[in-house]
Design a protein around this ligand. Structure first.
Ligand SMILES: Nc1ncnc2c1ncn2[C@@H]1O[C@H](COP(=O)(O)OP(=O)(O)OP(=O)(O)O)[C@@H](O)[C@H]1O
Length: 240
């Protein structure tokens, strides 16, 4: 499979503070790639640079051969942020219609997609409810539905399952696996260890450095760990 996302020597600073340091990695088509690391490590900053929401200070992110940020490429990306970007005074359906219009979805196709993504996140019955009346978890689920609406080739999910119950979390992961098998690239940040285990490959980030990269199996083997939690603690807590 071809490489879709090429991150080449990316550094990012805010003023004098460097939050990403010389990150290089490539993510292939169909891969489920997980970014793992302690709070404040730089995961969100990196996914923002990949999604084209933010720009690297030095280095580059190239997707389908186009240097990010590129508007053409951004249409092929579904990005779910940590903080929900929803219109609270509108209903879920009105929110979905708004985003459908941005992506040029119309008519039957639009209806089908809305039904499909809302079924996935188990919100079909709450379609006409105002988002302001949704719970935190429901808003997360709606955000996820919106990020999948236009069947993007790359899905970037920043802690997608925070506040989502285990049953639904499992069905969301089954959907991510299905999408990956169908050719979609999935990039996900997570703090949840069983989710990390489900990723095909993981990048561990600490203090802005990419300190380990490999399959969950490889990472465990490298440090003779039984599980990913041990790997996380090893790389998250011990300065090399
Ligand atoms: N706009 C900004 N201006 C200044 N500093 C920022 C900005 N955005 C992020 N940072 C800093 O960059 C560092 C990395 O933040 P980031 O949100 O990428 O971490 P994270 O790994 O996603 O954390 P978490 O797991 O808590 O979401 C933090 O120290 C944060 O304070």
């Amino acid at each position: 499979m071809g490489t879709k996302v090429v991150i080449n020597d990316v550094s990012k600073s805010f003023g004098t503070k460097t939050v990403l340091r010389n990150i290089s990695l490539q993510i292939s088509q169909s891969e489920i790639f997980g970014l793992l690391g302690p709070s404040g490590a730089g995961k969100t900053t990196l996914v923002k640079c990949i999604a084209g929401i933010d720009e690297a200070s030095t280095g580059s992110v190239t997707i389908f051969g186009g240097k990010m940020p590129s508007l053409a490429v951004m249409k092929e990306i579904g990005y779910m942020t940590q903080s929900d970007a929803l219109y609270e005074e509108l209903t879920a359906l009105e929110n979905l219609n708004f985003f459908a219009a941005i992506y040029g979805l119309k008519g039957t196709k639009k209806k089908e997609r809305i039904t499909s993504v809302m079924r996935l996140v188990n919100l079909e019955k709450e379609l006409k409810q105002k988002v302001g009346e949704y719970s935190g978890g429901m808003k997360r689920r709606l955000s996820l539905a919106i990020s999948l609406l236009h069947e993007p080739k790359i899905i970037i999910l920043d802690e997608p399952t925070v506040g989502i119950d285990p049953v639904l979390r499992q069905s969301i992961w089954m959907e991510l696996e299905r999408l990956s098998k169908a050719g979609t690239t999935v990039i996900v940040t997570t703090h949840v260890m069983d989710e990390a285990e489900k990723c095909h490959r993981l990048g561990m980030i600490r203090d802005g450095d990419l300190i380990a990269l490999g399959t969950p199996k490889e990472l465990k083997k490298n440090i003779h760990a039984e599980n990913i939690e041990e790997v996380f603690i090893h790389y998250g807590g011990v300065k090399k």
